[in-house]
Design a protein around this ligand. Structure first.
Ligand code: SF4
Length: 281
């Protein structure tokens, strides 16, 4: 049976998600930062993590952005195939929600309408909207404000199949080491392996939505996640690049089938401001 939803009902929900995501790091992220503080051995690294934790707690208490860069809003929607929409076009309603949230929440407007002519839209729209059609009659919306510092350090490469396991590992590690402190560590490393160029980069971003501490269900990829995390945390980059062991909070890999001649890999980095908020209706 079809369930009908008016797209305009999404506007206040998305507005609140934008504000919530920018003000409050969720418990999973706060616990991961607390654990990193406990494990960090470098005095500078420890001091830096303490500052990051204090900053996040104050932002949440005062309902202020955790970081001045409140990002470009990435909105991921899982839409049940039994949903029928009424009202304005879906993408327009989603952007209305983003506009309302960024305006009401005094969140920095960081979106240029044209990447070369650099004209600010002044309301942080448009967002980047991804939709997935899933079974059922529910809609899940996740807003993920993505700051420029970590997003700019993302990488993609078409490896050749002969590069194999070691080649993939080398590319991911080089990406993280080249980013150094610029991605505002401790980071979460989102990795996409397989698919086509568009799919690889999308699953790398989706990998960032997995809670910290939860590994890939496939033991082969779980093992690769653990190996990479271990190597990354031996790099000495440390919190905000100040030196230390806690360069990454986690590595999340998603994979997808690919063409026999292909081995694409994408790395999408998420800074310590792991901002994401979800709602289901
Ligand atoms: S990378 Fe993250 S923490 Fe660093 S400035 Fe950008 S949004 Fe803020």
């Amino acid at each position: 049976m079809l369930r009908t939803i008016n797209t305009e009902d999404l506007i206040p929900i998305i507005a609140n998600l934008c504000k919530d995501a920018c003000y409050h790091l969720n418990d999973n992220v706060m616990n991961a930062l607390e654990n990193a503080y406990e494990k960090e051995e470098s005095p500078y690294g420890k001091e830096t993590l303490l500052l990051l934790l204090d900053n996040a707690k104050l932002a949440s208490k005062e309902e202020m952005p955790v970081c001045h860069d409140t990002g470009m809003a990435v909105v991921m929607m899982e839409i049940g195939e039994q949903i029928s929409w009424t009202g304005k076009p879906l993408e327009e309603a989603v952007n209305d929600g983003v506009r309302k949230g960024y305006t009401e929440g005094y969140l920095r407007k960081s979106v240029y309408l044209d990447p070369l002519n650099r004209v600010n839209s002044n309301d942080n729209t448009p967002c980047v909207l991804h939709t997935d059609i899933v079974p059922g009659d529910k809609v899940k919306i996740t807003v993920m404000p993505k700051g420029g510092g970590s997003e700019n350090m993302g990488t993609f490469k078409n490896l050749v199949p002969a590069d194999g396991y070691e080649g993939v590992k080398k590319f991911i590690l080089e990406s993280v080491f080249n980013a150094g402190g610029k991605a505002c560590p401790p980071i979460v490393v989102g990795v996409g392996i397989g698919g086509t160029m568009d799919k690889t980069t999308l699953i790398a971003k989706q990998a960032l939505l997995r809670p910290i501490g939860v590994h890939n269900k496939n033991p082969f990829y779980e093992n690769l996640e653990k190996e990479l995390l271990d190597e990354i945390n031996k790099s000495g980059i440390g919190p905000l690049g100040m030196g230390g062991r806690m360069t990454a909070l986690d590595v999340h890999i998603e994979y997808y089938p690919c063409h026999i001649t292909s081995l694409p890999v994408a790395v999408n980095l998420q800074c310590h401001s792991v901002r994401q908020a979800s709602a289901e209706l």
